[in-house]
Design a protein. Structure first.
Length: 592
């Protein structure tokens, strides 16, 4: 069973032998995580066991200076235990906790993952949080690590899913499938006139707290009973004729709201949100002497009939605002003057440029990816395995690159479509240089430059590092520009303002990484990039065939960021994308 460390406590009373034993045990665990000499951690474990089997009081042994006579407790441990008991604190313990990333301690909650394996993961892959560990597992980085393998990797993912079950927020991608499956069941019920997903999930936020589903019915009581009996429900939180709240087996909560068919359009707009958008919309209604709420749009006491959300916006003198844009970031003003963008859609995507294969840390071959992409209707794919400095991800040597390029040439002759472009995800080294020499970099159709190490630079250092990499003529695309992992790792410090301005000057394309753990570039920066004329590529960063479908999550974020097909290079056809990648010829977009 996995160990769990206690939270430190401020005590005004002396600690019991059991309390001290627990802390000594924690110290032993932390020493193992730190990779200290195993004899040192064993000494603390032995001392902890000795304290739990004392025949007399610990206070007495300390007062009479006889603690060192207890087998397994020497002079150094006597001093530490005495400090703990007499002061309620231990400076060594506090320093040790401070020196170990908190996420490593949290990993102990994962069944089957002990201190030694956590130390290996930290040293080999620089993993410091459960989220980073989950990401590494999904990128298959543990399968070749000594002492792990694919089965261990799968067990770790299962353990992470279990401990995450009751987390407050979830990734959009973790929730949307459940939401869509439930919505389908609701829509198929005989008493349901209409039903939609609402809330932050409908607005395609990166993370969500729960699932909101709105249903229109003339028979709320019967529908309420049905909703409370849906499969996959762990327990019912509340049940009535207007609202049913349940917790699913997965740990996520679902709020069903039941309204009449007449109320449905108004309620859908209201419960989609955001709060800020709704406040602004109510303000606009007020300027027209109207009142707006979840029950309707009123002139005095008279309900203005609206059969859809489109009707509501039209009644307020606005063009329809897609749910993704409803964040009160200028969408109402744009809807008033008719300048809302024609947002990019999944159907606009012609190619996928960031794919990993078995040559580095991917799960599938190039040929398998070709077949999968062809089934999706994709015209071209871009293979971009990791570069040689990424040893943790099986980065490719120069010889391996030449062999891969020969394979791509053969497959292009064999299949033709989707066409395979030769790329690489080249590490940006700490000084801003790219992995590989210029001659090797010139052999690629495109180079994705990415930061994968040395995250703790100052804002100025990291900004200059990335800008230096963008200055390299070989750099085509800047990958996942902030390095964030949602709910797992904060972005590294950098000036995104400077990065985007430099991209505009250099013609560097910015990646919007569609991996649901990243979704980076953040949608809040997309519109600024667009205004600067910076082009975006929506990349799945796929490490398996299944990862190709992640492109939909990237499209969601692009839509939230006001992006159109003309802003995204992989909405271009093959002939056009080749010109853009080779010459950074973004003038092609001006005629679209």
């Amino acid at each position: 069973m996995a160990r769990t460390l206690r939270k430190p406590e401020n005590r005004e009373v002396s600690l019991s032998a059991k309390d001290v034993a627990d802390i000594l045990d924690e110290i032993g665990v932390m020493l193992e995580i730190s990779g200290e000499n195993p004899f040192k951690s064993r000494a603390y474990y032995s001392a902890a066991r000795a304290l739990t089997s004392l025949d007399e009081g610990l206070d007495t042994l300390i007062e009479e200076h006889r603690l060192s006579s207890v087998p397994g407790i020497g002079t150094a441990l006597t001093q530490k235990i005495t400090e703990l008991v007499t002061t309620g604190k231990l400076a060594y313990y506090d320093r040790l906790k401070e020196s170990i990333p908190r996420g490593l301690i949290e990993m102990l909650k994962i069944p089957g993952l002990g201190p030694k394996k956590i130390n290996m993961l930290h040293k080999a892959l620089s993993i410091e949080t459960i989220g980073e560990l989950e990401y590494a597992c999904k990128e298959h980085r543990l399968q070749d690590l000594k002492g792990f393998g694919s089965k261990t990797q799968d067990k770790i993912l299962q353990g992470i899913a279990q401990i995450r079950k009751y987390h407050e927020r979830r990734l959009y991608a973790e929730v949307i499938e459940d939401a869509e499956a439930i919505l389908s069941k609701v829509r198929n019920h005989a008493d349901v006139v209409n039903a939609e997903i609402a809330g932050s999930l409908r607005r395609c936020m990166e993370t969500v707290k729960d699932i909101d589903i709105l249903a229109a019915t003339e028979h709320p009581h019967e529908l309420s009973l049905f909703l409370a009996s849906l499969p996959g429900i762990d327990h019912i939180i509340a049940q009535g004729d207007t609202k049913v709240s349940v917790a699913l087996d997965s740990g996520i909560n679902v709020d069903f709201r039941l309204v009449t068919p007449v109320e449905f359009p108004y309620a859908l707009h209201h419960f989609t949100g955001s709060k800020e958008h709704n406040i602004a919309m109510r303000g606009r209604a007020k300027t027209k002497n109207l009142k707006m709420n979840e029950y309707g749009l009123f002139s005095g006491e008279t309900l203005l009939p609206c059969h859809s959300e489109e009707d509501i916006f039209e009644a307020l003198g606005l063009s329809y605002i897609p749910p993704e844009l409803r964040e009160d970031r200028g969408e109402i003003e744009a809807a008033e003057i008719g300048t809302l963008p024609d947002l990019v859609d999944v159907s606009d995507i012609r190619g996928l440029l960031h794919l990993h294969t078995q040559a580095s840390d991917g799960a599938d071959s190039i040929e398998a990816l070709i077949h999968a992409a062809r089934d999706m209707g994709i015209d071209y794919i871009g293979i971009s395995d990791h570069s040689k400095s990424a040893a943790y991800a099986g980065g490719l040597s120069e010889d391996e690159i030449r062999a891969q390029h020969d394979e791509i040439d053969f497959l292009n002759k064999r299949y033709g479509k989707p066409y395979v472009l030769k790329g690489i995800e080249s590490d940006i080294l700490p000084d801003g240089r790219l992995d590989y020499d210029d001659a090797t970099l010139e052999t690629f159709d495109f180079v994705i430059a990415a930061v994968h190490s040395h995250f703790r630079m100052t804002e100025e250092e990291m900004t200059l590092r990335i800008m230096h990499a963008m200055d390299n003529p070989a750099t085509t695309i800047l990958a996942h520009p902030t390095g964030r992992l949602l709910l797992a790792r904060e972005p590294y410090r950098l000036s995104m303002e400077k990065i985007l301005s430099h991209a505009a000057e250099r013609g560097t394309i910015i990646e919007l990484n569609a991996n649901p753990h990243r979704l980076d570039l953040d949608w809040r920066w997309c519109r600024h990039a667009k205004d600067l004329g910076v082009k975006i590529t929506l990349n799945p960063d796929a490490h398996s065939i299944r990862g190709l479908s992640h492109i939909r999550f990237g499209v969601n974020i692009a839509r939230k960021g006001w992006l159109t097909p003309a802003d995204c290079i992989n909405c271009l056809g093959l002939a056009e994308i080749k010109k853009v990648l080779k010459n950074r010829d973004t003038s092609l977009f001006k005629t679209r």
